[in-house]
Design a protein around this ligand. Sequence first.
Ligand SMILES: [Zn+2]
Length: 338
Amino acid sequence: MTTRNALARSATKPSEHNRTGVDYHAPMPRPKINGAPIDSHVHITASRHGMEWFDAARHYGFERFTTMTPLEEAVELQRILPGLLHFIAIPKWHDWSDGFIERWRQRIADFHQMGSRIAKFWFAPPAWERGWRLDSDQFRPLLKEAISRGMAIMTHIGDPELWYQTKYADAAKFGTRDDHYRMWENVLQEYPGVPWLAAHLAGNPENLSLLQRLLDRYPNLYMDCSATKWIVRDLCARRDEAREFFIRNQDRIIFGTDLVTGDQRDWDFLASRFWSHRKLWETAYVGPSPIYDPDLPDDAQPIFRGLALPDDCLQKLYHDNALKFLSSVGATLCDTPR
Ligand SMILES: [Zn+2]
C-alpha cells in the first residue's frame, strides 16, 4: 500500500472516540444549573495536560474538578488552575516495594497539607490478586491516617461485570465479586459516619438493586457515576430502571467522567466523554454511541438511550451533591463563574 493510500485509509477509518461523525466542536449550551458544574472524578495526570483539559471541559460547561493527580504534578496544576481543583490523595502508582504502606501514609499527610480532604483506595480485582485486602491490618494505618485527619474516603471496588466473566474468571486469583463487596462492607461497618464516595456507581452499575441496598444501609455513602463506556453500556441497557434509580437517589449521586488525560489523548478524545455524559444525563437521545466499546462485539455495539433526568435532579448531580460532600469534610470549590 502506498503511503498516500495508507493515509487516506486512516483518515476515513472511524476513530475509537468518533464512530458516528459527531462534531464535538459544535457549541453546546452549559448545563442549566445554578453555580459552576463540577466533574468530581477526573485524572489530570500531568500539569502539561492542564490547559487542553480545561479548554475541552469548559466547552462542555465543566470548570470545577476533583482530580486524582500525582502529588508531584498537583502543586503546578494548583498554580495553573487556582481554585478550580480539589486534589484527592492517592499513592505513588507502581511504588509497591517494601515500605509502600508507610510511603502511602506519608502521601496522605502531604496531600492533606495542600488541602486534600478525600483519600482514594483502589481495590479492584487486580488489587485482590496482589493480596491486598482493605479490611486487613496491613491497610488499617492508611484508613486511620485519613479518617483521623477528618478526610472522606473514596473507594473503587468493582469492575465491569463482563470482566468478571472474562479476565477475572479465575476466582482463586481474583476472588469473586461477593468477596470484594464483603471486604468493602467490613470497612464501611468499621467506620460508620465517615463520608464515603463509591466510584463508578460503587463498581456495579449492572446491579442497581445491590446499589440500592448499599445506599439504604449506609447513610454516609455517596456514589459517583463516572466511567463512560461502562456507564453508557450498562445504564442504557436498563434505561428506565436507571432513570428511576437516579431520581430516587438524587441526593446521593455525584457526577464524574473518570477522564484520564494522556499525551496521546487529544481535545476530541476528551470531548467525546463529556459529550456522552451530557447526552446521557440530560437528553432522551437514542442512537449509536460515538465511542467504540471494546468489550462488545463489533456487530453489537451499545445503543445509546439518554435518561433525560429532570432539572432538579441535574442540579444535584452536577453541582449540589459534590459541594455537599466536600463541605462535610470542610472543603469547597470556588463557585463563582470565571
Ligand atoms: Zn478513575
